[in-house]
Design a protein around this ligand. Structure first.
Ligand SMILES: [Fe+2]
Length: 547
């Protein structure tokens, strides 16, 4: 060591204790320091059509940057690139997560007419003094209106992407808003980059549900948060985004030859009649946040004969979309602060669907809801569960060809059951679950398979461990369902389930496999999960009523 070098402080138990914990709030965002090499970008819209002008807003501290746009399908296809684009270091307001970045357009491009529908990855790279950074953005490309529609449309869960996007500091969970700069934001903007890991992830990035069940006697761990912290990705990368969820489905469906068009929930908000073009609408992954308009669009669609396949979980919060789609509102646990409280629009207050003044049970749309379900396979929350659904009605058409019998596990090998699941209120009779209808579900719906979930992470006193999920969710549920939090209501609010259900809704049909991780059954080639998915898509798409 030479004397001019500054010694690095040693890591001791005392100094380490001051370091941030993987469970703390940390976020991705601009350094606001020209000496730090960085590049970030976003587009005004989430969806484009061939022929549209795409305007990319990029901020970089490098003098020049390079761009590649490619279709992120079964095989990645690079389709457009440019190099040596002049860099601009743009001013990012402190409240960018809430009000948007307001950056100038740095690159414009007309999307060629022959680009196919799908997810398009925008890769931006910059170099300085031998150092290189690479960040990503993503947009969906829909079919041109003059092409015949695909039988299926995948509606990406952009309400949930936005809710979890930590870029700039704040999302619907944690944040830097409020007088102490430590509060979540009930208002989030689309006009900012997606956080690291939402658009592209390396192979092997851990899922929220670990690959193996929790080993008793060992400390509880959350490998995805450890990985995110270690490699500089968003703490929420495994919770939302194209790379963690929709992409897995899109790739599998393309490989199987199912013809899909692509849209976002925000497209549903702007164009409620969009679904009419398709025989079947598909929702996958972590799909937690919906506006009333988005729900209305799905309800009208099924009422008039549309088929809905939901291989996703956590249908919970009502949102509002404002400012022509640029702003999403969700007050959640602080819904009493929603400005619509006491107004003639009180039914649009952003709280859980089942709770006053929303009072619109989620089960009426999808047969299951988030309040009856929630954590499983996450940390100690059913951490020693099988990872699959228990089959109750093996003769249901959706299980044709799966070789599954009563009591068998569906998807345990591929760990599809978690990390948040949607449940149904049920009673058992002669070894079979029946919907009670108490939660708004149609009592005629069939429960094909089920598993257990919890709202409170148990602790077993293993030395050295810190649990992630305390009882905040159970407290909310206790207040919502029983009006008060007592040891008894907390206990009654702690238990949930995740279910696979099917029923006829109006002229249409709904199939829901209420779990975020269903897509892992496809990517991991769990043939029984693939068979169920095919059974549903074939019935809903091929034999579906022409629309
Ligand atoms: Fe969630």
């Amino acid at each position: 060591m030479t004397l001019s070098e500054t010694p690095v402080p040693a890591s001791t138990p005392r100094t380490r204790a001051k370091a941030r914990h993987i469970l703390d709030n940390y976020f991705i965002g601009p350094a606001r320091d020209a000496s730090v090499l960085e590049i970030w970008g976003y587009t005004d819209r989430m969806t484009y059509a061939p022929g549209d002008r795409l305007a990319l807003r990029v901020s970089t501290t490098a003098e020049h940057w390079d761009l590649e746009i490619g279709r992120d399908g079964a095989r990645y296809e690079p389709l457009h690139s440019d190099t040596g684009i002049a860099g601009m270091h743009q001013v990012t307001p402190e409240d960018c997560s809430v009000a948007g970045c307001g950056w100038d357009v740095s690159y414009e491009f007309t999307i060629p007419d022959d680009w196919r529908e799908g997810g398009y990855l925008v890769s931006m790279t910059a170099e300085r003094d031998g150092d290189q950074v690479e960040e990503h953005h993503l947009f969906l490309l829909r079919r041109a209106d003059d092409k015949p529609p695909a039988p299926y449309v995948l509606i990406c869960a952009t309400g949930t992407w936005l809710a979890y996007n930590c870029w700039g500091g704040s999302n619907h969970y944690e944040g830097i808003t409020g007088p102490d700069r430590n509060a979540f934001s009930p208002v989030v903007s689309t006009q900012r980059p997606w956080t690291r890991g939402f658009c592209k992830l390396p192979e092997g990035a851990p899922r929220a549900v670990p690959d193996t069940p929790h080993k008793p006697g060992t400390m509880v761990r959350y490998p995805y948060m450890e990985w995110a912290y270690a490699y500089g990705y968003s703490k929420k990368y495994a919770s939302a985004g194209w790379a963690s969820y929709e992409r897995h489905f899109a790739v599998w469906a393309e490989e199987q030859g199912f013809e899909f068009d692509f849209a976002t929930q925000h497209d549903l908000e702007a164009d409620p009649e969009l679904l009419k073009r398709y025989k079947c609408a598909v929702f996958v992954g972590h799909d937690e946040y919906w506006s009333a308009n988005m729900r209305d669009a799905v309800d009208r669609y099924t009422a008039s004969g549309g088929r809905v396949a939901r291989f996703g979980g956590n249908f919970l919060w009502q949102t509002r979309i404002e400012d022509e789609g640029r702003t999403q509102i969700c007050y959640k646990y602080t819904a009493e602060q929603d400005p619509l409280v006491g107004s003639d629009q009180e039914h649009l207050v952003t709280t859980a669907w089942e709770v006053a003044p929303a009072n619109r049970p989620g089960a009426q749309t999808f047969g299951v809801n988030g309040l009856k379900g929630v954590y499983t396979g996450l940390g100690r929350c059913v951490g020693q569960g099988s990872g699959g659904f228990t089959v109750y009605r093996p003769d249901h058409w959706a299980l044709t060809g799966t070789q599954l019998g009563y009591g068998d596990q569906l998807g345990a090998a591929s760990r599809i059951f978690g990390y948040e699941v949607d449940g149904v209120d049920y009673r058992m009779e002669d070894g079979l679950p029946f919907a009670t209808g108490a939660d708004g579900a149609d009592p005629a719906l069939e429960i094909v398979a089920m598993g257990l979930a919890t709202n409170i992470e148990p602790t077993h006193g293993v030395w050295g461990e810190t649990a992630y999920i305390a009882d905040a969710d159970a407290q909310f549920k206790a207040r919502a369902l029983f009006g008060e939090v007592t040891p008894e209501t907390l206990d009654r609010s702690s238990r949930g389930n995740g279910a696979i259900v099917h029923w006829h809704r109006g002229e249409g049909e709904v199939f829901t496999a209420g779990t975020c991780e269903w897509v892992m059954g496809l990517t991991r080639r769990d043939w029984q999960v693939e068979q169920v998915t095919c059974n549903v898509l074939v019935r809903f798409g091929v034999s579906g009523r022409a629309r």
